[in-house]
Design a binder for this molecule. Structure first.
Ligand SMILES: Nc1ncnc2c1ncn2[C@@H]1O[C@H](COP(=O)(O)OP(=O)(O)O)[C@@H](O)[C@H]1O
Ligand SMILES: [Mg+2]
Length: 272
């Protein structure tokens, strides 16, 4: 196995102070190898987003360390999880692409803006590159000229992914990217993530409620409950033979358990 690209060790995150202190993430460890898709599942409020925000550098941890290629990137309790000049290496896309896209910017322009910022392209270069990047992820020229509200949920999610890809990251954290879109769009998005992984050797942390998608995409999965990772291992093993009672209960409560999820649209290939 190759050296982890991104690793969180014994991460604890606290919100509030004193008697109101609350640990949203407790002693959670997780690593991501180059070109690997790793899953995180867990009920709402279990700490998935908070853990992801620590890994991407948006949230300081009370304890624990984040490592990039084996090197500690920040002290606990520091806002600088990933050094600023390396921030581009880890990008995150959020559940609701509507909130992360400027409603007054056409899709191509939102992506071009990111390309100008991150790659130092001229306006003209960024415009051409934006259309080509969007095209490569299934947004054609006429869709690229629309405002976010004139796009479908799946198209908006792909525009956010294009923006996240602008700095050519090595890690993409996708936080429930499929929860706001319909099933056929979910299947397209899942296939896009697989393609990004194989074409760009992109490592992806895939946070989801949909076990069919987790099974399709990921090689390893982490199960979170009340801030803790209660179970982790190869996806097939965890989903087929969960060791913990909680995992069994959770698995039964999530969509996709009995083949009713988005996998109905997907060819029977296992995430690798
Ligand atoms: N900025 C914050 N301040 C206080 N509590 C928060 C904050 N962000 C998240 N939480 C709480 O932390 C817990 C974990 O939230 P979150 O990481 O969003 O869970 P998930 O993504 O698994 O639904 C929840 O109880 C949530 O209300
Ligand atoms: Mg969340």
């Amino acid at each position: 196995m190759s050296r982890p690209l991104l690793e969180g060790r014994n991460i604890t995150v606290r919100f509030g102070r004193g008697a109101n202190a609350f640990e949203a993430v407790r002693d959670a460890s997780l690593s991501l190898n180059p070109g690997e898709i790793v899953g995180v599942v867990g009920e709402s409020g279990s700490g998935k987003t908070t853990l992801a925000r620590v890994l991407v550098g948006l949230q300081p941890a009370a304890f624990g360390t984040v490592l990039w290629e084996g090197k500690q990137v920040a002290e606990p309790d520091s806002r600088e999880r990933v050094p600023k000049n390396e921030r581009w290496k880890v990008q995150m896309v959020f559940q609701d692409p509507y909130s992360s896209l400027n409603p007054r910017m056409r899709a191509w322009s939102a992506v071009a803006e990111a390309l100008q910022v991150w790659r130092g392209l001229t306006r003209k270069q960024a415009q051409a590159e934006s259309f080509s990047l969007l095209q490569s992820i299934g947004i054609d020229e006429s869709q690229a000229r629309r405002f976010p509200k004139a796009l479908s949920g799946g198209q908006r999610q792909r525009v956010s992914i294009a923006r996240a890809l602008a700095p050519e990251p090595r890690v993409l954290i996708a936080d429930e990217p499929t929860s706001a879109i319909d099933q056929s769009a979910q299947a397209r998005l899942a296939n896009l993530l697989r393609r990004l992984r194989s074409e760009r050797n992109l490592a992806i942390l895939f946070i989801s409620h949909d076990l069919a998608l987790v099974r399709y995409l990921t090689s390893r999965v982490h199960v979170m409950r009340r801030g803790r990772i209660v179970e982790a291992g190869p996806t097939e093993t965890v989903l087929r033979k969960p060791r913990h009672a909680y995992t069994r209960v959770l698995l039964d409560s999530l969509p996709g358990r009995r083949g009713m999820g988005s996998a109905a649209f997907l060819p029977p290939i296992r995430g690798g």
